[in-house]
Every structure is written in C-alpha cells, then in structure tokens.
Design a protein around this ligand. Structure first.
Ligand code: SER
Length: 319
C-alpha cells in the first residue's frame, strides 16, 4: 500500500487530488501537507495533515520520516502571470521546492510527481500538434522553472534512480478551488460569471488557442502515471497531455447554450496575452497514450455541462 504525501494540498490541484487519492489508498495513507488556507470543510478530520513550507527541506524530510512516506506529489507552485510579476518568488517556489523534494525523494527512496506545463514551451516551439520532444525555449519565469524541473528530475532518475514522473498540464478547469495568477485562469472564471449572471471580461483575444483539461482527467493523469509500469516508460519528465484545445469564442459559445443571455466582452491583459501567444495551440499527447494509456474523458461540451451543473448547485447553496 502506498503512503502518500501531498505538498500543496489546499491548492487548485491538491484540494481535489487529496480527496481522490484518499478514496483509493485510504484516508490514513495520505498525508495532506498544507501551507496556506482555504481549508475545505472537514480538512483536519479527514486524515493526517501537516504544515509544510516546501522551501524548508527539513519540514519535508520530517513529514516523510514521521509518516513513512513512499510517494510525494509536489504541487507547490506560483502560476505564470504571478511569477512574471514576482520572478524571485516564482524561482524560489518553482525551483527551490522541487530541489528539496528531489533530495528528500532520493534520500528516503520515494517516488516523486511534479507537474510541468504547456508553459515549458516557447514562441519557437511548433504551435500545432506540438511534439513530445521538441524545442523548449520558454520566455517566462514559470516556463524556465518548468524546463529546469523536467531536466533535473530526469537527472535524479538517471543518476540516483529516483522514481520521478511528470506531465505537462494544460490549463486546468475545476469547480472546487480557484486557480490564481495563471494565464489559463480565464477558462475557469468565465463559468463563475456565467452562473452568477454577470458579464465576463476576457483577458485574452479571440483566436488565442490553448490546451485545457477538466480536473477529473488531470487527477486520473497523475494517478495513472504514478501507477504506470516503469518498464513501459520511455519518457519520464515530462509527458505532453491534453484533453481539448479552444479559444475564448468556442468556450463562450459552449456556455451560451446554457445561458443564452450571457455576455462576454474583451478586456485584454497584455501580460497574459503575451504569455498565451508564446505557448502552443495544441499538444500531441500520443507518447502518454502509448506509454501509460493516457485517455481523457471530458471534451469541451462534456466539461461545460458538468461545470455548470456543479457550479450552479454550489453557488445557489451559498446564496
Ligand atoms: N495554468 C497554468 C498557468 O496559466 C499553465 O500551466 O499559469
């Protein structure tokens, strides 16, 4: 049985990953490392939880020893637009936390999952059907830390056999915990505005295509990759994965089927637009499909239907 530590368990991914892995591996076999609120209801009762600042290696090592951890999900992150505004923070969290996790994983023989991103690509990467192995010259702090993370994670595997694995996540859409400071966040925020009956101001232009994924598929990706047979893995850090690619107009049209009076206007954020323009339109994720059976279940319409049904329940119960 796995003993899992999730670092960043109250964040956008961690808040849902912790619930899912507890349902698979058992409440007491999953330790939620948290740094900051919000704490979901029942967070401290659901299973073991411990405060961890991922920039303090001792705090990670102590938790691994105390709970006899064999698998770490390192989800501490500063997203792309925030990291551009505060590069030092982006660097310290993106690289510092990962290096700490890698050293602890090596010393205590743990598997380590760290997300990479579509942000690991740059303006001279092929934009359509972006290959698994291609040019990676990102122009953002976030992207640079992701490329470094991919390379150094492969290095730890090659040199010290640390079981490092990673996927390049696209924009993640969920109805539980809001992202913050990401370039793809608009694809989450638009749903809140639609359900509340408010006008949405879109920060990126029509025609800006980016890969996206619904959170249930993202959770599947992480868990399946960590369970995958190592002999089948030709790549490790990091796999292209995607579920859909759309621009704001396509998302707007999908939402308008449910809210015909919903209104979106454009109010371009030059920073987010520049970042989005430097990223691919659509990844080729055939290596992930071949090497560990990656298969998303939500396309734009299915994700839109589920987001609206879940969010309308959640927002109306709060009213
Ligand atoms: N969602 C991330 C961001 O926008 C990309 O991985 O920063």
């Amino acid at each position: 049985m796995k003993k899992i530590l999730i670092i960043g368990s109250t964040g956008q991914i961690g808040s849902e990953l912790s619930v899912r892995v507890r349902s698979i591996y058992g409440d007491n076999n999953v330790v939620c490392g948290y740094y900051a609120p919000p704490f979901p209801e029942g967070f401290f009762e659901a299973g073991p939880a411990i405060k961890i600042d991922a920039q303090q290696i001792k705090q990670i090592a102590d938790a691994v020893r105390k709970y006899d951890i064999d698998t770490i999900y390192n989800l501490a992150a500063i997203l792309s637009a925030t990291a551009e505004k505060n590069p030092k923070l982006g660097w310290d969290v993106g690289v510092g936390s990962l290096m700490n996790c890698l050293d602890v994983a090596r010393d205590y023989k743990c598997g380590l999952f760290t997300p990479s991103s579509i942000g690991a690509f740059g303006p001279n990467t092929p934009k359509d059907n972006t290959p698994q192995d291609t040019i990676q010259r990102p122009t953002t702090v976030y992207g640079i830390t992701k490329v470094l993370g991919e390379l150094v994670s492969d290095y730890y595997f090659e040199h010290w056999q640390v079981n490092t694995r990673s996927v390049r996540f696209p924009g993640l859409i969920s109805n539980v915990t809001l992202p913050g400071g990401g370039t793809t966040d608009y694809a989450v925020e638009i749903f809140y505005k639609a359900v509340k009956g408010e006008v949405f101001e879109c920060p990126v232009k029509a025609g800006t295509f980016m890969d996206m994924m619904y959170m249930p598929d993202a959770l599947d990706a992480m868990i399946h990759l960590m369970e995958a047979n190592p002999e089948k893995l030709i790549h490790r850090n990091s796999f292209n994965v995607t579920a859909m690619s759309f621009d704001p107009e396509m998302l707007y049209a999908a939402i308008k089927k449910y809210y015909p009076n919903f209104k979106m206007v454009y109010n371009i954020d030059p920073l987010k637009q520049a970042i989005a323009d430097s990223w691919p339109n659509k990844l080729d994720d055939s290596c992930a499909r071949k090497e560990w059976g990656w298969q998303p279940h939500y396309d734009l319409d299915k994700m839109t239907a589920d987001m609206i049904s879940k969010l309308s329940g959640k927002l109306s119960s709060r009213a």
